[in-house]
Design a protein around this ligand. Structure first.
Ligand code: IPD
Ligand code: CA
Ligand code: CA
Length: 267
């Protein structure tokens, strides 16, 4: 497959999707909750996903396309190539008119290894994209991770776990880390947080309980920009999103140390 050509086509499609998301940004939204009251979708999530699934299915009929909101198109799940799409990553921000959300897409092989990654911030007009082995760019200009080498100079972001059993243990490092960094944020769009580590605005990001569409596009951006990603035990292969630590590489070991479960926190 010509990955460079595919990235170009995907870039046009994601910009169209971003324009659709912006049409109803800033309005009052009818929200429906999905798995819980904290997990919401708006009509825009569905509309943008319907557009993306149809456009990718048409452009790449031999690929399997799967969206967070349940959309499917193209070839069956046994295909060699798979698109994972998140029409709006950061729906809680989007619905509240907070300008930190993204459209995210990843093209992966059968082992869920990303070959292409695209994350668009429609409000800022910023498109982050990467091709495996081809580096990462922001609106076409190469980006790389930050050189920050100590936690006290680092600005990090994280997610808060609502897991009924493991939540307390997963969240305990947040409070321990907070006073020892320059800042620890909870921003609410995993795809965009990964893109921001890739371009050096953030020095690291960690969250547990992610789904493939939340992180696969951003994962490739991060690695192609020179960053490092692993689970909380340091394993870099076969990431599922159950645990994700992304960093500029320099801070990875120190952050792994912090995220290692403390026996006192365990359920
Ligand atoms: C959510 C965002 C958020 C993360 C959640 C995701 P959604 O995706 O990425 O940052 O904390 O785990 O579900 O629902 O807004 O697409
Ligand atoms: Ca998401
Ligand atoms: Ca979403």
């Amino acid at each position: 497959m010509d990955l460079e050509a595919a990235l170009e086509i995907a870039g046009v499609i994601i910009r169209q999707a971003g324009a659709r998301a912006l049409r109803s940004y800033g309005q009052r939204h009818h929200e429906v909750s999905k798995s819980s009251v904290f997990d919401i979708a708006t009509e825009a999530d569905r509309e943008v996903e319907a557009y993306l699934v149809a456009a990718l299915g048409e452009a790449f009929p031999e690929h399997h396309v799967v969206g967070e909101e349940g959309g499917h198109a193209g070839a069956p799940a046994s295909a060699d190539f798979h698109w994972y799409i998140d029409p709006i990553d950061g729906t809680s921000n989007y619905a509240a008119s907070l300008p930190f959300f993204s459209v995210s897409m990843a093209l992966c092989d059968r082992e869920m290894r990303p070959l292409l990654g695209l994350v668009l911030n429609p409000v800022a007009g910023e498109l982050f994209s990467a091709r495996r082995g081809g580096g990462a760019t922001l609106n076409g200009a190469p980006v790389q991770v930050s050189p920050t080498a100590s936690l006290q100079n680092a600005i990090l972001s994280c997610g808060y776990s609502r897991h009924p059993v493991h939540g307390a243990a997963r969240n305990a490092p947040i409070l321990r880390l907070l006073p020892r960094t320059r800042g620890l944020r909870w921003l609410g769009s995993s795809a965009l947080e990964l893109a921001w580590v890739a371009c050096g605005r953030l020095d690291g990001y960690f969250e547990a309980g992610l789904s493939p569409w939340d992180f696969l596009g951003g994962l490739l951006l991060l690695r192609e920009a020179g960053g490092r990603a692993s689970d909380y035990s340091g394993c870099e292969e076969g990431l599922t999103g159950a645990e994700l630590l992304a960093s500029n590489g320099h801070l990875h070991q120190a952050l792994l140390q912090e995220l290692r479960p403390d026996p006192a926190d365990l359920p």
